[in-house]
Design a protein around this ligand. Structure first.
Ligand SMILES: *Cc1c(COP(=O)(O)O)cnc(C)c1O
Length: 857
């Protein structure tokens, strides 16, 4: 029989233990091992049984055990101390509180961070993969740094699916229903106790209501909207039933609830708690882009014109794009967007709305509303998530800035990072701490201590971490086989699976095609030979979920599972179903090598390799995403890419062969190159130490969040204040000016440019004088910037590696013509060249390239 409703009954905590409830409801426990120890002490067996879930633990433990604990003075004292420690963490000044005094006008009072998924801990399963885990790590690092962020997302009643396997290795999905009362959440309520509601008007006189829940991620509140509201029609109630469940209208409703509902939830939050209104809105990928439309609606309501409202919203918005894969971008039918979004935000004109998401550039599709395109148009600042991805994004979206070369498209990059306290194994952390004398995951400099950890201690810690993974693999594999229909009696072999002395490689990620889960199976005999090598064997742990609608991904999983089921190799290669944060936390520390073989350049950043690196794992990866940026020859290996080979099969063959060669000839020999008497392999450990000390500080989420703050949030807050001051005078001025400049741009051109004062035989260090004559038509000199762009020239006369110098206005000539002059010092030898161009200029633009207007000579 199935229950039609479920709820959670718990014992009231005795007064001396009341703080346990608070400790369970602030997710800081998830990255704070001492708090986890305390929960384990409440009841070790139940703690294991509930999968390390404090809220579930406190619901399971009976009154007798609680009474016993309440009488244990030592324990009660530790509970109190843990609460005091949490209070200190929540209130003491941290990095941001010190840094903010150095920024003009101070840092933003609050920053809203929108994401369709948040992966904070496995007990709050509201994520599918990298995007969500990154969002979780962003909040945690912001908390550690004291950055005043508020997260905004949706609460999915069934989260993402749990993955299991059928007997023949096909992925099957189940959707356990979550009871919010059993999650570490509290509901936003009005003063009279009634649940707060956010509502969106829909076409046909319908309304979508949502409740708002709050999770505490350390110092950071995370607001989650939930459509399970009695008053909703049944179909609307299902809006937030699953993460990425369904397309079309349902997906649109989810994104409207996230973006439009999310802004309304923030207003509610400020009203209830007095929290400052966000000065910056950051949207993690395009899914939350309607937040900009809602804010335009708010500004229209406050009496601004449409263009001024647009400028007011853009100034304070940051957009992060996460994917160079077109399928990763949401696109809707434009007329559907018009009908739905104008119902919810009636102040916004439908045509103007559709123009925001229109693919009105070469190669775009008419009638489509593209969320990434809208995201870029509604944010004055945008970024990709690694240097390479920044590059790829500038090329991918250059149609939005016609006239600019791709490398000047105003999309910057901030390379992702990972939250060390969540991902570093405690044994390694303790070892580094012992050596550094400081808590290394929080103090960047302390990663340097890895260089001083004695080889035998480091090797021993690595082996212990590997051994834990071996035990975990056997446990999970047994459970998986029981689910696949095997009987316990047939599973004796599982106890022999993997070996804690064997070189262990990991590969885990979602299974879209570009990640090439099965590249390692390209030549099965070669893989077998590596696994079964008589003296230098390799063992492989693999995991990953395929999107439920993606049968080709499921077929890849099946191919891999079938290979791993073979009794000849099954002790050396395993596929573990249901990859999640919990599994990941034992997987990264236990792997000596982390494998990643995407189709370059489709991996925007990738973060799993960073988590491996923080545990002393070495990366073996295609030079894509972050690895392209930080591989230095000593922190792992680069799999050569067959860039330019058109035939995908041949490309896979070449790259797979390179992978086998590397493992056989470099990775395994170095790992097994132990000294006399089994002394640790010195050169391997050198690479491990180098990885920890050099890569460690770079891959931290605290580094990433600090970069977002300094390079994007603080400037966005300054822009936002500048346009908002004096009743949005700046926004009106900027809007009028943009219209004026767009209208007059047709009359702008470079008439003539000449160099002066240069001999026929210029030498390094000489100065190139440039004089330019430009026509500005109806525009004034203060509306523009005239630049010399100089750099190396290729044989095709293309300028590369350019720099720019601004020319000064010399005099106004007749008919709107002006002369400009300036100097360029020659700082490079070889073929160089220059050109002159005119760009718009206004102090409220983030960059002169922002409008995509340029007049080249
Ligand atoms: C880190 C992580 C990911 C993302 O890994 P990528 O390398 O970015 O693909 C996905 N799922 C889980 C559970 C993770 O911990």
């Amino acid at each position: 029989m199935r229950a039609i409703r479920r709820f959670t009954v718990r014992t009231a905590l005795p007064a001396p233990l009341a703080a346990l409830g608070r400790l369970a409801h602030n997710l800081r426990w998830s990255w704070h091992p001492p708090t986890q120890d305390l929960f384990r002490e409440v009841d070790a067996a139940v703690w294991e049984q509930v999968g390390h879930d404090p809220v579930a633990l406190l619901a399971e433990v009976g009154p007798d055990r609680l009474a016993e604990l309440a009488a244990d003075e030592a324990l009660v004292a530790r509970v109190r101390a843990a609460e005091a420690d949490l209070d200190t963490y929540l209130t003491e000044p941290r990095w941001y509180q010190g840094a903010t005094t150095g920024w003009e006008g101070g840092g933003p009072a609050a920053i809203a961070y929108f994401s369709p998924e948040f992966g904070v801990t496995s007990v709050l399963p509201q994520y599918s993969g990298g995007l969500g885990i990154l969002a979780g790590d962003h909040l945690k690092a912001a908390s550690d740094l004291g950055v005043p962020i508020v997260g905004v997302g949706l609460l999915y009643q069934q989260g993402y699916f749990r993955q299991s396997l059928s007997r023949d290795g096909w992925q099957t999905e189940t959707y356990p229903v979550l009871d919010p009362a059993g999650l570490p959440l509290s509901q936003l309520r009005e003063a009279d106790g009634a649940p707060c509601r956010v509502s969106l008007a829909l076409p046909g006189d319908r309304t979508l209501h949502a409740h708002v829940w709050r999770a505490d991620v350390g110092r950071v509140p995370l607001l989650l909207l939930d459509s399970q509201v009695e008053e909703n029609d049944p179909d609307l109630r299902a809006t937030t039933d699953r993460l990425y469940g369904g397309g079309g209208e349902k997906r649109l409703l989810q994104e409207m609830l996230l973006g439009i509902g999310g802004v309304r939830a923030l207003r509610l939050w400020s009203r209830l708690t007095g929290a400052p209104a966000p000065e910056v809105f950051h949207t993690n990928e395009g899914h939350a882009g309607f937040l900009g439309v809602e804010r335009i609606g708010e500004a229209l309501g406050a009496g601004l014109g449409l263009e001024a409202a647009l400028q007011a919203g853009r100034a304070a918005t940051v957009f992060t794009t996460h994917t160079p894969v077109p399928a990763g971008i949401d696109r809707f039918d434009a007329e559907q967007v018009r009908a739905f979004v104008t119902a919810a935000v009636p102040a916004v004109d439908g045509d103007r709305l559709l123009a925001l998401g229109a693919e009105d550039y070469p190669g775009g599709q008419p009638g489509i509303f593209n969320m990434a395109v809208m995201g870029l148009r509604l944010a004055q600042r945008a970024n990709g998530v690694s240097q390479l991805h920044g590059d790829v994004s500038r090329g991918m979206f250059d149609g939005l800035w016609p006239g600019l070369d791709a490398d000047e498209v105003p999309i910057t990059s901030v390379t992702n990072g990972v939250h060390a306290p969540t991902w570093v194994d405690r044994r390694l952390d303790d070892l580094l701490q012992e050596t550094a004398g400081a808590y290394p995951t929080r103090h960047v400099e302390a990663w340097a201590a890895a260089a001083d950890v004695p080889a035998d201690r480091l090797w021993e810690a690595r082996r212990a971490m590997r051994a834990s993974l071996v035990a975990e693999v056997r446990r999970r594999l047994r459970a998986s086989w029981l689910e696949r229909g095997a009987s316990a009696a047939e599973l004796g072999w599982v106890d022999e699976v993997m070996d804690d002395g064997v070189l262990t490689m990991g590969f885990a990620r979602r299974v879209p095609t570009y990640k090439r889960l099965t590249l390692m199976l390209r030549d099965p005999e070669r893989l077998k030979a590596l696994l079964l090598h008589p003296t230098r064997p390799v063992q492989l742990v693999i995991a990953g979920k395929s999107h439920p609608a993606d049968d080709s991904g499921k077929a890849l999983i099946q191919q891999l599972v079938r290979f791993a089921d073979d009794p000849a190799v099954r002790h050396r290669i395993v596929f573990l179903p249901d990859y999640d944060i919990g599994m990941a936390q034992s997987l990264y520390p236990g792997c000596d090598v982390w494998l990643n073989n995407p189709l370059r350049p489709l991996e925007a950043c990738g973060t799993s390799g960073m988590k491996a690196a923080l545990n002393g794992g070495l990366n073996l990866s295609i030079l894509d995403g972050w690895w392209d940026e930080w591989f230095d020859g000593e922190n792992g290996w680069a799999i050569p890419t067959a860039d330019g080979v058109e035939d995908p099969d041949r490309r896979d063959d070449l790259e797979a062969a390179a992978l086998y060669d590397l493992v056989e000839n470099q990775v395994a020999p170095r790992f097994y190159d132990t000294g006399p008497d089994g002394a640790p392999p010195a050169r391997w450990l050198e690479m491990v130490r180098h990885t920890l000390s050099v890569l460690g500080p770079k891959v931290l989420a605290t580094r990433m969040v600090a970069e977002y703050v300094e390079r994007l949030y603080v400037p966005a807050a300054a822009s936002g204040r500048a346009v908002a001051a004096e009743g949005h005078a700046g926004a009106r001025r900027l809007a009028t000016w943009v219209e004026h400049v767009r209208g007059g741009w047709g009359g702008v051109r470079v008439d003539h440019a000449e160099s002066v004062g240069l001999t026929d035989d210029p030498l390094l260090g000489d100065v190139l004088g440039v004089r330019a004559y430009v026509s500005l038509g109806s525009l004034a000199p203060e509306d523009v910037e005239v630049q010399v762009v100089h750099g190396r020239v290729t044989s095709a006369d293309e300028l590369v590696a350019t720099g720019t110098v601004r020319l000064s206005h010399v005099e106004a000539l007749e008919d709107g013509r002006h002369s400009y002059a300036g100097e360029v010092p020659l700082r490079r030898t070889g073929p160089v060249g220059y050109t002159v161009r005119v760009l718009p200029r206004h102090e409220l633009l983030a960059a002169p390239t922002e409008l995509g207007l340029v007049a080249n000579a």
